[in-house]
Each structure stands twice: as C-alpha cells, then as structure tokens.
Design a protein around this ligand. Structure first.
Ligand code: SAH
Length: 284
C-alpha cells in the first residue's frame, strides 16, 4: 500500500456571529486553507472575507431537532479524505470548538488516522451574548460562578439536578434550549427558584439582528411562554440578568429575519462540493 501524504486539520471556533469576533489566528488559517468545512452558525462575512476563492468550501450544516443536517459520519469521512490528500483543512464551528459540539468524534477520528491537528478556541455564544446584552455573567456581589448547560436532551436531567439548579446562586446559561424553555422554567419554578433571578433569551446574539427578551421567571408564562424564538437563541438565568436594564448598550433590532442561513437552504446554495456532501448524506 502506498503511503498517502498527510495534511493537517485545524479545529477552529468562528465566534458567535459578529465577524470581528473571529480570532486573528483563525483568520490566518482560513487564508491558508485548501478546504474549509463549516457549520451553519458561522457568519457568511467571515467565509467571504477570509476563505481563498480557490479553496473548497463545504457546508456541513447541523441544526438540532429540525431540517437537514450532515451526519457526523460524513464529516469525519470528509476530514480524513481531505487530510489524506495532503490538504490543510479548517473545520470551522460556531462559537468555541469545544462547547456543545461534536469535537470529540472528530478528535477520535483524527487520532485514529494519525492526522495532525490543532485546536483553536473561539468566543462561545454565552460570552458573546453576555457582552452584547450587557449581562456580566459573574458580576461581583451577584454571583461567583457560571454554568454552561443544555436541556436539549431532556432525559439526562434528573429531578434532583433541577432542584440543585433552582437552589444555586450560579448564573445558568442554557444552550440549544429555546425550544424546551417551557420545561426549563417549569422545573426551576417547581423547585421554587428565587424570584430575584431573571430570565433572558438572547436571539441571534452579536449579530445586527440581536434581540433580548427579559422576564421575571415567575412571569414567564404570561410574557414568553409559547413564543417561537429565532435560532440561534441562548437563555441566561440568574440575578445578573437584572444588570441588562442598566448596561445594555445595543438596541434590540426587533427583526424577525435570520442572520444565519437555515440548514435546508444551505443545501441548495452550494455548488459542486455540496453534491459531494449530498452523495455522502444519501449513502449514510
Ligand atoms: N459551539 C457553540 C455552541 C454550539 S450549540 C458555541 O460555543 O457557541 C448551538 C447553540 O449555541 C444554539 O442552539 C444556541 O443556544 C447557541 N448559540 C450559538 N450562537 C448563538 C448566537 N449568535 N446567539 C444566541 N445563541 C447562540
């Protein structure tokens, strides 16, 4: 068997939306990349500005719960395939690479095939949303800690855990949970979370379409229950949410448009390499 030339994979975070929240390191790698495999939650502006025209741009969109998405297996195959051809591959993910992502699957595959890689962090949605909504997550005298959580897989959260979440003074940030928010609130109020903890939903944080909705958690049913939030949305719960009122520096856009393209549309906008992804999808 002839030994294949081995490229390299850069697992990189693109930040939460605002293209200027990209790190200089990732910008440099994008300028050098032969292939960029990108998630849905990456600003088009970043791709347009930094990816070389001759580089291959492959959308490996994922969207929880609804619509088309690229199976992880396909993404793994593409990483290996391109690296085996000696390419410099940037695997670009929204926010930070390691927060609520499938980085572990990709790391395992890279290790298994002895493909060299680097991990480059990004600004995770919680930090982007906190900054652009004026909600300092661990404001002194308010709290001493912050937790990044998700209620996407509802079955993994036990009643005891909810009890603890309702009791803690830590700021709670829920990713991928705007569609299950009624359940989050029901569980926290059931365990009598204190009424001075407010709840914020930050839609499309750090983009020109950012909207922040704040409510007292016990008034959630009247204020926000049943509302369809624009994806992506992040939920922040805690006393620090009260600081938004005083320190918000960005007005709500009040827009219902999407900043990021929904996955279903992505599949129709890409040309040749999308065909390749589609092939993989239909084979998977
Ligand atoms: N790796 C990403 C998170 C991926 S999970 C990161 O570090 O940010 C996807 C979830 O992240 C979304 O469901 C949403 O809860 C959150 N998210 C990502 N970008 C966001 C944004 N611009 N505004 C609000 N929430 C966002």
């Amino acid at each position: 068997m002839s030994r294949k030339q081995t490229g390299k994979v850069i697992l990189a975070g693109a930040g939460p939306g605002d293209p200027e929240l990209l790190t200089i390191k990732v910008a440099r790698y994008l300028q050098q990349a032969d292939v960029v495999l990108t998630d849905r939650l990456v600003s088009e502006d970043i791709l347009k500005t930094y990816v070389r025209p001759e580089a291959e741009l492959v959308y490996v969109g994922k969207q929880c719960r609804r619509g088309a998405s690229t199976p992880q297996e396909t993404i793994n195959e593409l990483l290996v395939e391109y690296a085996a051809k000696g390419k410099l591959v940037v695997r670009l993910k929204g926010g930070d690479v390691s927060i609520f992502s499938n980085i572990l699957d990709e790391l395992e595959v890279l290790a298994e095939h002895a493909i060299p890689y680097e991990i480059v962090p990004g600004v995770t949605a919680a930090l982007g949303a906190a900054a652009y909504a004026g909600i300092p997550l661990t404001a002194r005298t308010y709290t001493t800690a912050v937790r990044f959580l998700t209620y996407y897989k509802s079955d993994v959260v036990t009643d005891n855990y909810w009890k603890e979440l309702a009791a803690t003074n830590d700021t709670l940030v829920f990713y991928m949970s705007s569609e299950t928010l009624d359940g989050v609130v029901a569980n926290l109020t059931k365990h009598t979370i204190s009424a001075d903890k407010l709840l914020a939903v930050v839609e499309q944080a750090t983009t020109p379409l950012q909207n922040v909705h704040v409510t007292n958690i016990y008034e959630y049913d009247q204020q926000l229950k049943g509302k369809k939030f624009i994806s992506p949305s992040l939920v922040i719960i805690g006393k620090v949410v009260a600081l938004h009122e005083q320190f918000r520096w960005l007005a709500n856009s009040n827009s219902r448009e999407d900043y990021f393209k929904p996955v279903a549309k992505l599949f129709t906008t890409i040309t040749d390499h999308t065909e390749k992804v589609k092939d993989h999808v239909s084979r998977a």
